[in-house]
Design a protein around this ligand. Structure first.
Ligand code: ATP
Ligand code: MG
Length: 362
């Protein structure tokens, strides 16, 4: 095909797309809706925030729940609406991108992380952030293993400024992994976000379709909501992406667009894993029946070959539970002879892993 033909065809397609999309923003995963769907989980979070703002006594929270169940969106929404009344109080940070105590503090202070000692940075931090400051630590379980003591959590919870900390995580075991000294001062109230049910998935996607598209088919919407609920563990992101694909590539059909959306989102997820988790996943994909012990042995050998220091078995296991919490694997207890052992099942197409692996390690 000539370049000119390509440009002409592509231009036509884009023009057609822009005729069906009313508002592109609505399909951005970071979009915070004006009126999110109400759910029971809102109350304890809003109550804790309001209590803190009134009394100044901190009431730390740990919000856990699976992928795409609305944790980040809801906390950002509440922060936004409370700030409308009370002024700047909330400070959001994603620990995936700033993954040590040092980097988080430096980011919040807007300074370069080099050239300071932790104490110095902390002194600046306390001078900068007064009483009545709420720190939202999103994806808090992604603070690096290098930052073993998680100094920031310790400092925040001990500060006489009574900061409030709101932590978000996929990992229901995050709290158990914390040091006792942190646990005893942080004492977060734990709030479990349930997955959306089929009606809620439908309601949220319908709202997006109304805001984002000029026209859509009610039948397609019902079908894609059903697929999102049943086959994507109610991860709203998969639904939103499918909705977008159905508007831009209608000829592919709902089923194919759903599969593509799911694949893209799994690819993003695997892409975002750190090297150690990628090694664990690779080992799990390489051992045929996926029994945990042989997978661990394989993982140790693979790590050595890649010049990475492997985790101890305990850390390895807690990373398996992380991979399970983000929906990439499932741990199934099976009986072998007379004993029970855990078997790892992959919940995605191994081809995607192969591509990321090649880009990272080969
Ligand atoms: N109640 C809701 N109303 C409208 N949109 C929602 C609602 N809940 C979630 N969404 C949308 O679904 C998408 C996923 O939500 P969100 O990013 O908050 O998930 P999460 O629980 O933080 O997931 P992860 O654990 O992967 O970070 C977002 O685009 C969000 O806007
Ligand atoms: Mg999130």
């Amino acid at each position: 095909m000539e370049i000119e033909d390509y440009i002409r065809q592509k231009g036509k397609r884009l023009e057609k797309t822009s005729r069906s999309i009313r508002d592109y923003q609505v399909f951005d995963f970071n979009y915070v809706p004006e009126r999110p769907l109400m759910r029971d989980e809102v109350r304890p979070i809003a109550d804790a925030m309001l209590r803190y703002l009134r009394t100044g006594i901190s009431n730390n929270l740990l919000i856990v729940g699976s992928r795409g169940c609305g944790k980040t969106m809801l906390v950002r929404y509440l922060a936004k609406s409370l700030e409308r009344q009370e002024g700047r109080l909330f400070f959001y940070i994603n620990c995936r991108h700033h993954n040590t105590s040092f980097k988080i503090m430096a980011e919040l202070l807007d300074v370069r992380p080099r050239g300071y000692g932790l104490d110095e940075l902390w002194a600046q931090f306390q001078a900068r952030f007064g009483k009545r400051s709420v720190f939202i630590l999103d994806e808090v379980d992604l603070i690096s293993e290098k930052d073993r003591r998680k100094d920031l959590l310790y400092l925040l919870s001990r500060s006489d400024r009574n900061y409030m900390v709101v932590m978000l995580s996929n990992n229901p075991r995050f709290h158990q992994q914390l040091d006792n000294s942190i646990k005893s001062t942080l004492q977060p109230e734990i709030i479990h976000f349930r997955n959306y049910n089929a009606d809620q998935v439908m309601e949220i996607l319908k709202q997006r379709a109304r805001l984002g598209l000029y026209h859509y088919s009610a039948g397609d919407l019902a079908q894609l909501a059903g697929l999102t609920y049943k086959n994507a563990n109610a991860d709203i992101r998969v639904g939103i992406k499918t909705l977008y694909l159905c508007a831009t590539e209608p000829q592919a059909g709902v089923d194919a667009n759903f599969e593509r959306a799911r694949r893209d989102i799994v690819a993003d997820l695997i892409h975002g894993l750190n090297d150690k988790n990628l090694l664990i996943l690779k080992a799990a994909a390489s051992v045929p029946d996926g029994h945990v012990k042989p997978v661990y042995e394989f993982y140790r050998r693979l790590s050595a070959a890649m010049h990475e220091t492997p985790f101890s078995y305990v850390y390895f296991y807690s990373n398996l539970s992380y991979l399970q919490s983000i929906g990439l694997i499932m741990l199934v207890s099976t009986k072998v002879r007379k004993a029970y052992t855990n078997q790892i099942q992959l919940l995605f197409d191994a081809q995607v892993l192969g591509q990321v692996w090649q880009a990272r390690f080969q």
